[in-house]
Design a binder for this molecule. Structure first.
Ligand code: PGA
Ligand code: ZN
Length: 388
């Protein structure tokens, strides 16, 4: 998690371990409602600017980034329903075609999502060879089942981590990678061709001042050592994307890694840019990465989220719309990905209702697109598929 995110305001105290959100809810029902009453919901930018001003802090800590982002999404939903359109279609009115994003799905959880059992946070797969969204989900489900079976056979299966990926009972970080490749093969698919690997290193969580403690491998490395390890993984495994390869306080090393690997794989910034247009522009200035992770709750309003996406596009980057750990069953982010024409979607694993709700919403949107009567240009139907 990045240190510059809009503040997710919790109540503190003893109820629900301090994680209750009654303050954020009353901020919405009282102050925010009063200031927005009478506005036209179609003026998203105006409403979001009014909320930012009302909050008055740099990081939305007074009313809560969670209060603002929930209201901002509700405004978009009401505008879409007033226009009698699903949100994705409403948001994408200026687009000439829609496509479903390519799912990036976690198979093993790790890092802060699994008691730091291994250091890397997400071991994910991307069905780069799938023909369409449905097939990418089917293949991923098969890889997920195969991973579970392999772990059972090895006596390593112990339930799932935060976002639904298997609990990583591995001896070392690269053992998880070996299992990932074997899971793809066991599912009858070709690693790197049908299904590739994507990692979220989330290095900010185990590194500071250019020193990284890899607890699972029982060693400490400096920035160059971490870069060397990641480059060797790129040689050994069919990896197509690496998120937060270095810590948020290590921009020069990020740039060094991008210079070495940025022409081969997506180097995704999450903690480093925190869905901020300004931070994306500075990151672009030093060529720190080539892909932006876009999380609405890091920004705090949809207007700022879209501004971050636009900034990343201006820089020629790819973008990935992403959920968080600790999600609800809300499916707005799927509509944002489709409506804004974003090619990738990251939602955690292929288990647990808050994750499946989003993958399933994508299926509903795919159905709606099919009923469009072939208005979709074929090659735009799926961004990475064999047709495109
Ligand atoms: P987080 O993890 O929600 O715990 O930050 C998701 C991610 O890093 O992409
Ligand atoms: Zn991340």
């Amino acid at each position: 998690m990045g240190s510059l995110e809009a503040v997710d305001k919790r109540d503190g105290g003893t109820a629900f371990g301090g994680y209750d959100v009654l303050h954020a809810v009353s901020a919405i029902n009282e102050e925010i409602a009063q200031s927005l009453r009478g506005r036209d919901a179609r003026d998203q930018a105006g409403a979001d600017a009014a909320m930012i001003e009302l909050d008055g802090t740099e990081n939305k800590s007074r009313l809560g980034g969670n209060a603002l982002v929930a209201t901002s999404m509700a405004i978009a939903h009401s505008a879409a329903s007033a226009e009698k359109l699903p949100l994705w279609r409403y948001l994408g009115q200026s687009q000439d075609a829609f496509f479903l994003p390519l799912p990036e799905i976690q198979i093993f959880g790790g890092g802060a999502h699994a008691g730091r059992r291994v250091d890397v946070q997400d071991f994910m797969v991307i069905a780069v060879g799938a023909e369409n969204y449905e097939q990418s989900l089917e293949w991923t489900a098969e890889v997920y089942q195969a991973a579970g079976a392999l772990m059972s056979e090895a006596g390593l299966r112990q339930g799932v981590a935060d976002e639904g990926g298997y609990w990583p009972t591995f001896e070392a970080n690269d053992q998880a990678l070996d299992y990932l490749v074997r899971s793809i093969e066991r599912a009858g698919l070709v690693p790197g061709e049908d299904v590739a690997i994507s990692l979220d290193i989330a290095a900010t969580d185990f590194g500071r001042d250019g020193k990284y403690r890899l607890a699972a491998d029982d060693r400490e490395v400096d920035s160059d050592g971490l870069i060397e390890m990641l480059l060797s993984w790129l040689e050994r495994y069919p990896i197509v994307a690496i998120e937060d390869p270095l810590g948020e306080d290590d921009p020069q090393a990020m740039a060094k890694f991008t210079a070495a690997a940025g022409n081969k794989v997506e180097i995704v910034a999450d903690d480093f840019i925190c869905t901020s247009a300004d931070r994306i522009r500075s990151a672009a200035g030093i060529k720190a990465c080539n892909t932006a992770l876009i999380k609405p709750n890091q920004a705090g309003t949809l207007t700022e989220t879209k501004a971050a996406l636009d900034a990343s596009r201006d820089d020629g980057w790819d973008a990935i719309v992403s959920a968080r750990s600790g999600e609800t069953e809300d499916v707005t982010i799927v509509h944002l990905a489709v409506g804004w024409g974003v090619k990738q979607l990251k939602v955690g694993s292929f288990a647990r209702s808050e994750r499946m709700a989003k993958w399933n919403e994508g299926l509903r949107i795919a159905d709606a697109l099919k009923q469009d009567g072939g208005k979709l240009p074929e090659r735009q139907a799926f961004p990475w598929g064999k047709n495109s």
